[in-house]
Design a binder for this molecule. Structure first.
Ligand SMILES: C[S@@+](CC[C@H](N)C(=O)[O-])C[C@H]1O[C@@H](n2cnc3c(N)ncnc32)[C@H](O)[C@@H]1O
Length: 354
């Protein structure tokens, strides 16, 4: 009975987030219609695609519930949400819309506030991804990011991130079975950790493991530090680093994860990052990627994929859509690559030969 109620609570919670995302999109479109009518023209999503998306979303939430019920992570994790931030920064998100539309209208994709230092970052990174003000390089961007991603995915971003947890936990259980390691000696790295939400979920799933996170953005790392320092257990070690040159020894981590990074990298950089993940993963260790669906696994959602790069300024997405990530992983040396798809994301679980 209590499980049924909790499940109902979870479904209601998710539906609430979904309605919130929808309401925001309606408000945004109306505001844009008032300010700049021509810019609001977007092609409507075909009804069969809407049905497909709804079906995939329901499946995602069911798997999320089942993983929690089976103890992969605590049920409380399903309700984890940065409410304080959401209420605090939502007005700023609305205020920021006008600036974003201006950039969209004038096709400005590399515009940064004068106090943002863009020197020293790779050129491919110095972009207003998602038309975000200051790209990934300011505190304002870091404060708005989680809210924006939740709106984009109708409140399901965390449920998608959590799909890395079952294979990660299974991989670490296997490591612990075959070695004499104490769980505290297990090292897990999240590459391009952003504001730290994935690390927060890994901490709930593997409370004793030593956790590490890297990202290129100091502002996002600051935000991640804020989020992660609220939870009990050892503070994860966060370091500013390019995923192409990780500041770690060879064969250092039992598992490496990366969420929503690869579609934002040019093709050659995708390969360098995979090669680097291979280098720092221990023999027998596991690398898990979570990123956007691709044409090979979701041809029925081509309409959504085709519209995404323009609507959200994703300069490398067109190539990403058909990139063969399995081939790239094999080229680096990974094997036994398993692929999964949940809602709008795909997952690649790869092992480094023992
Ligand atoms: C779409 S966000 C995903 C963040 C986070 N993993 C999540 O689940 O929300 C992409 C992240 O990748 C980081 N990033 C992009 N290119 C990078 C690179 N070459 N090295 C390290 N981080 C990078 C950005 O700073 C940003 O935090």
């Amino acid at each position: 009975m209590s499980d049924t109620l909790t499940k109902l609570g979870y479904q209601t919670f998710q539906q609430g987030k979904n309605y919130f995302g929808l309401a925001h999109k309606i408000i945004g479109t109306r505001l844009m219609n008032m300010i700049s009518p021509q810019e609001a023209q977007t092609k409507p999503i075909p009804p069969e695609v809407i049905l497909k998306i709804q079906e995939r979303l329901n499946n995602l939430l069911e798997v999320d519930w089942q993983d929690a019920e089976q103890g992969v992570y605590p049920i409380s994790v399903l309700f984890d949400n940065p409410w304080e931030d959401f209420f605090r920064y939502y007005p700023l998100e609305l205020l920021d819309l006008a600036q974003r539309w201006e950039r969209v209208k004038h096709k400005k994709y590399q515009e940064f506030s004068s106090n943002v230092d863009t020197v020293g970052y790779p050129t491919y990174y110095v972009q207003n991804f998602h038309h975000q003000t200051d790209g990934y390089l300011s505190d304002l961007s870091a404060n708005l990011y989680d809210l924006q991603v939740e709106i984009l995915f109708g409140g399901s971003a965390d449920a998608m991130r959590r799909r890395i947890l079952a294979p990660l936990k299974a991989a670490i259980a296997q490591t612990l079975r075959t070695t004499s390691l104490h769980p505290r000696q297990v090292r897990i790295l999240d590459v391009a950790c952003g504001t730290g939400r994935t690390i927060r979920f890994i901490r709930a799933t593997l409370p004793q493991a030593s956790l590490y996170g890297t990202d290129l953005s100091p502002a996002y790392l600051r935000k991640a530090n804020e989020l992660l320092s609220q939870i009990p257990g050892e503070l994860p070690q966060l370091i500013q680093a390019n995923a192409e040159e990780l500041p770690y020894l060879d064969n250092y981590f039992h598992a490496v994860t990366s969420v929503f990074l690869f579609h934002e990298l040019p093709p050659a950089v995708r390969q360098s990052v995979i090669d680097e993940a291979f280098r720092v993963t221990k023999p027998g260790g596991t690398f898990i990627i979570c990123d956007s669906i691709q044409m090979s696994d979701s041809p029925d959602l081509e309409f959504i994929m085709q519209g995404f790069p323009e609507a959200f300024h994703e300069p490398y997405y067109q190539h990403y859509m058909t990139d063969n990530l399995v081939e790239r992983l094999e080229k680096a040396g990974f094997e036994n690559i398993e692929t999964q798809v949940h809602f709008m994301s795909k997952y690649l679980i790869a092992r480094k030969p023992a």
